[in-house]
Design a protein around this ligand. Sequence first.
Ligand SMILES: [Zn+2]
Ligand SMILES: [Zn+2]
Length: 176
Amino acid sequence: MEIRVADIPPEGLFFEIEEVPEALEWRGEAIPFVGPVRGWVRLQMVGERLVVKGEVHALLELACGRCLEPFPYGVDVEFMDEYLPMEVLEQEGDEVELSDEEVDLAFYGETVLLEDLYLEKLYLSLPMKPLCSGDCKGLCPYCGSNLNLGPCGCSPEEIDPRWEVLKALRNKLVKK
Ligand SMILES: [Zn+2]
Ligand SMILES: [Zn+2]
């Protein structure tokens, strides 16, 4: 939904969010949603600053970083952002030197997209290496079987001697 910034009344705008987007598309990635995105977003002008507050909850399908299996991952985000009008940049041109605080600021044009205001928040709160469970056993390094489903039957004799060296090294590190 596109919102014209000039149309935001002094008391602000409030939106209840309940929608089922197909996927969280962000910078070339598409992460599927398992259920609706729920929450709210409030937009308010404070002087020329656009202040956006909100809270969103979603259930996404991530791939486990160890066993690679998809699993549902719940995200809850609360956020508050401030946007400055784009003209601030345009008027002052190249001369403008942003202070450290301002470097982090975002800018708005004539309109803003409601979805963009909160989908980015969901994306940024996803873990770098998601795990389906804290004790996920991952994949067998020899045959690639998912060890959460049971032992794969790789016997120690079949193990490549190069792995043995690594195993010995790991045992040494663990003991320290
Ligand atoms: Zn896993
Ligand atoms: Zn195996």
